[in-house]
Design a protein around this ligand. Structure first.
Ligand code: COA
Length: 176
């Protein structure tokens, strides 16, 4: 938020908080699919998976900032394989990149057949969360300490996605 457009009740951002690693906020959440999560054929609804993805990413964001954070965007999501009633949905979420107030969180979803142990990769998703202060104003997030080649690769890919998102948003607003 620029100083010109900041509402009067939103204080100017405070100094930079201390950096944190992605490992400090990463989560693995599980959910067993029950009949009410699925269609009559036993396939879990896409919206149910999306809710778990949003929840897991929100936990990562709140852990990183130790404060409020809201979903600003969810990138395109493809359902690669079906998930069935009785299976375990395993949601792995961690930070890829932290901007000033925004954070990109990568989520990998797997389905585990509890009887056979078979694990299938069913979805990947990228979400942007924005850290908020107690007045609901965007606030500075702790910087992300990048660790290892994986952290560096995820950062570079996230920066490319952020650029594409910004271009798409600018085109939607008529290039303003
Ligand atoms: C997300 C929200 C706080 C952003 O507010 P805003 O006034 O646009 O804030 P700013 O322009 O200062 O942008 C703040 C940051 O968000 C990023 N951002 C804003 N909209 C975005 C979007 N649609 N996708 C990705 N990032 C976005 C900006 O790039 C900026 O990042 P940076 O600080 O790291 O550089 C506001 O749009 C909002 O409250 N949306 C509703 C959120 C919600 O209800 N979510 C669902 C329930 S959790």
């Amino acid at each position: 938020m620029t100083d010109q457009k900041r509402p009067a009740h939103c204080a100017a951002p405070a100094g930079a908080p201390a950096g944190k690693t992605a490992a400090e906020s990463a989560v693995i959440m599980t959910h067993q699919v029950l009949p009410h999560d699925a269609n009559p054929a036993g396939n879990v609804h896409g919206g149910v998976i999306l809710k778990h993805i949003d929840t897991a990413a929100g936990v990562v964001a709140m852990r990183h900032v130790r404060g409020w954070a809201v979903t600003a965007s969810i990138d395109r999501m493809d359902f690669l394989k079906p998930v069935f009633v009785g299976e375990l949905v395993v949601i792995k979420a961690s930070l890829n990149m932290v901007g000033r107030t925004s954070m990109e969180i990568g989520v990998r979803v797997e389905a585990e057949n509890l009887l056979t142990g078979e694990v299938r990769h069913t979805n990947s998703a990228y979400l942007t969360f924005v850290a908020l202060d107690d007045h609901g104003c965007p606030r500075q997030a702790p910087p992300l300490i990048i660790e290892g080649e994986t952290g560096q690769r995820r950062l570079q890919e996230a920066l490319r996605r952020r650029e594409l998102r910004r271009q798409a948003m600018s085109e939607e607003r008529g290039g303003e």
